[in-house]
Design a protein around this ligand. Structure first.
Ligand code: HAM
Length: 386
């Protein structure tokens, strides 16, 4: 169906065009990621933008905000439920299992970049189509891998120019630890259930941990009063200690935040988040953690894993000075007058393009008017300076 001529079609709410003037910054950040991640042994993976809905309900978790409220899901022509990916970890794990990547090497290090989709209320730093650059290291439970992954994130952010950031880490414990901790939290929260915000009341049964990082001041007060520290079995406590030692060895600055729980169900053990004071209320530039059970839960081998994702829009908001990718400036100008010269210029342009020389081809009249425009702009600048 064609749109009526008068209809003013605009970009969908929560999505943005990346215009030529800004695209250079994106390319610079992407180039930096490709370069740095390769030096840490990561290879690029590209997964489809659409996946079976079940992939996200089973990994991100039925009770999470993402699955409950934010997924773009639809039935395709074959009545299959399809979802625009809200995040990159589950698709990478799906691909890892589907292509038996575990058989190629013990530790598989993958990175990705691309658009993600979440139907959130748009505001500064929060979009419905946004972009992530992420890594996933699958196949090792070593705490030193946690430290290496976190230090890779910190190095990337620094090299991108985001110096003013804070890194928080926590350890959620293994599944068993998490269970015991959730029971304790529930007991503490129950007497105040009615005073929690509406979201936290509905989180109470199935997504209890999320109540810990609710931003509502009343919930914060209640949580603060009953606060239990996460419980760690001997192995988890040792793991956390070694991660911290590893971070110290790599000179990565961090703070421990016992309330850091993350909004995705697949995490166990180490979790972390990076925020920037340069951003407003949506201040998380990047986040990640361990997901040692996810690969098995999705039908793959029982291999542990860890990763992170950076929100590119938020990173670019936090960066100063702004990075730009080098785009070749023309050093040759061809100006033509009349059709015969235009044809010759066109032919010459083809030759120059093949040899990789940057140039600009224009008619003589448009070139002269461009020169006059520049000259006039300079004259008015000079006049305004006097
Ligand atoms: P996440 O915390 O949901 O984690 O997202 C990671 C980052 O994506 C956030 O810190 C933020 O910068 C950005 N982001 C999220 N939602 C939006 C939005 N609506 N608008 C703009 N930026 C947004 C994950 O997605 C996990 N998959 C990270 C991970 C990888 N964990 C292990 N491996």
């Amino acid at each position: 169906m064609s749109a009526p001529k008068s209809m003013n079609i605009r970009a969908i709410r929560g999505t943005k065009d990346i215009l030529p003037g800004e695209a250079g910054r994106w390319v610079a950040v992407e180039n930096l990621a490709r370069d740095l991640f390769a030096r840490y042994g990561y290879s690029e993976i590209r997964t489809p933008v659409i996946e079976e809905t079940a992939l996200f309900t089973r990994s991100v978790g039925e009770a999470t905000d993402i699955v409950q409220k934010q997924m773009y899901s639809f039935s395709d022509r074959g009545e299959r439920s399809i979802t625009l990916r809200p995040e990159g970890t589950a698709p990478v794990v799906r691909a890892y299992i589907e292509h038996s990547l575990d058989r190629k090497q013990q530790l598989t290090k993958l990175f990705y970049m691309g658009p993600m989709f979440r139907a959130e209320r748009p505001q500064a730093g929060r979009q419905r189509q946004f972009h992530q650059i992420g890594v996933e290291a699958i196949g090792s439970a070593s705490p030193y891998l946690d430290a290496e992954v976190i230090s890779l994130l910190a190095n990337f952010l620094k090299q991108a120019g985001a110096n003013d950031f804070e890194l928080k880490i926590n350890n959620l414990g293994c599944d068993k630890d998490k269970g015991v901790f959730v029971d304790k939290l529930k007991k503490g929260l129950k007497p105040n259930l009615e005073r929690l915000c509406e979201d936290c009341q509905s989180r109470f049964e199935k997504n209890t941990l999320r109540i810990l990082d609710c931003k509502n001041p009343d919930c914060k007060k209640i949580v603060g009063a009953i606060h239990e520290l996460p419980l760690h079995c001997k192995d988890c406590a040792e793991h956390f200690e070694k991660v911290r030692q590893g971070l110290d060895l790599l000179s990565v600055k961090y703070a421990i935040d016992n309330n850091l729980v993350r909004g995705l169900d697949y995490y166990t053990g180490t979790v972390f988040e990076v925020s920037s004071s340069k951003l407003g209320s949506q201040d998380a530039i990047a986040a990640g953690g361990r997901y040692d059970n996810l690969i098995k839960d999705l039908g793959g081998p029982g291999v542990p894993a860890i990763g992170f994702a950076i929100g590119v829009e938020r990173l670019l908001m936090a960066i100063s000075p702004q990075p730009t990718a080098h785009s070749p400036q023309p050093n040759i100008y061809i100006a033509t007058l009349g059709d015969a010269a235009r044809k010759k210029g066109f032919e010459l342009a083809g030759e120059l393009r093949k040899s990789g020389i940057a140039f600009s081809l224009n008619s003589l009249s448009s070139m002269i008017s461009a020169i006059i425009r520049i000259a006039l702009a300079n004259i008015s600048l000079l006049l305004s300076l006097h």
